[in-house]
Design a protein. Structure first.
Length: 348
């Protein structure tokens, strides 16, 4: 029986990864690791362990202790910070990983570097400018005009993002973070007003194994974010879009011709309806991996099989799930999977 450790197992993405593994056609022994004892109450795993933060000096040593104690064969890091640290130290780990190359992960976790590679490869990108400080605002306005999007170069769920429609917003936004001694690097982007889409995929040695795209229709608690966008969907719907599939695939191959592991691409349409890539999350799944599992393609399970070098069933590279499947979820609400056309209620 395979024995797999999942770090960050108590977060939403970790829980959905575990839920997918629990729906696999074979029993996999799952060991949940997290830094928060309360969050460990959620995942349906065989063992639960508290571990240090990935920023602690003893993090890798402690993970190796856990690997040895639990006899784990594989470790899957779900949070971005843990993906980066485990990738950097993969040769020191006492079990296997199935991560992209470390250089690939470093590039994917830097939105500006990713965009520069795509631009060189002739892939349409949004105009972007690195923001060192308030003194850069006038240059941004001159190049991008209003409105433009301002966000942190690293992070997920629209970290540090806001829509800027006048100079004062950018000035106060940067000043706010600096006043709190949060020294993130920022980047300014052309504002993309169209559909917010996501492409989830698994790869081995440069070959796409399978993928599925979706569009985000509604975000979790959007009114709590200044941008109105948390990028974590309450409602998402599967799409079949050859343009999205093609662009996302080209984006991944541009960064790594020998792509291996998980690659999740975020894209947003510009004012001409052209999908523009905004980032790649490599080495870990979106929070909605269980959406696709429930709808018919269990990517976490196939990812584990790939890691163990096992034979794979014949899978569609694109669109393995019926289009217009809707996934609805929220805090304290059960996740619901429905066909778009079946969601009909009488209106008063």
């Amino acid at each position: 029986m395979k024995r797999v450790i999942i770090t960050g197992s108590g977060g939403p993405a970790g829980v959905n990864f575990v839920n997918s593994i629990r729906q696999a056609p074979e029993k996999i022994y799952v060991i949940g690791a997290d830094i928060n004892k309360y969050h460990l109450l959620w995942p349906d795993v065989d063992e639960k362990w508290l571990v240090p933060r990935f920023t602690e000096a003893n993090y890798i040593d402690k993970l190796n202790e856990l690997i040895d104690k639990t006899k784990a064969d594989m470790i899957h890091p779900q949070p971005d910070g843990e993906v980066l640290v485990l990738s950097k130290n993969r040769e020191m780990l006492h079990c296997k990983t199935f991560l992209p190359k470390h250089k690939t992960i470093e590039i994917c976790q830097d939105k500006f570097k990713s965009a520069e590679i795509w631009r060189v490869e002739g892939i349409a990108t949004s105009d972007s400018i690195i923001v060192k400080g308030i003194d850069d605002i006038d240059k941004i306005i001159e190049v991008l005009g209003f409105p433009f999007w301002l966000r942190a170069t690293h992070g997920f769920s629209s970290r540090g993002s806001t829509l800027v429609e006048k100079r004062e917003t950018a000035e106060h936004w940067l000043g706010y973070w600096r006043s709190r001694e949060v020294m993130w690097d920022f980047v300014a982007h052309e504002y993309l007003p169209g559909r917010n889409m996501a492409f989830q995929s698994i790869w081995k040695d440069g070959e796409l194994i399978t993928s599925q795209a979706r569009v985000r229709l509604e975000y979790i608690y959007p009114y709590l974010a200044p941008s109105g966008c948390t990028n974590t969907p309450v409602v998402a719907r599967t799409i079949h879009d050859e343009n999205v599939n093609d662009i996302a695939t080209r984006c991944i191959k541009a960064i790594d011709e020998e792509a291996t592991g998980i690659f999740c691409v975020d894209l947003r349409e510009n004012n001409k309806g052209i999908p523009i890539p905004t980032e790649i999350n490599s080495g870990r799944f979106f929070t909605t991996s269980n959406f696709f599992t429930r709808a018919g393609i269990n990517m976490p399970y196939y990812y584990v099989k790939l890691a163990f070098g096992e034979d794979m069933p014949e899978l569609k590279k694109y669109n393995p799930i019926e289009k217009d499947m809707v996934w609805c979820r929220h805090i304290d609400c059960p996740a619901v999977l429905k066909k778009e056309g079946d969601i009909n209620f009488p209106r008063i």
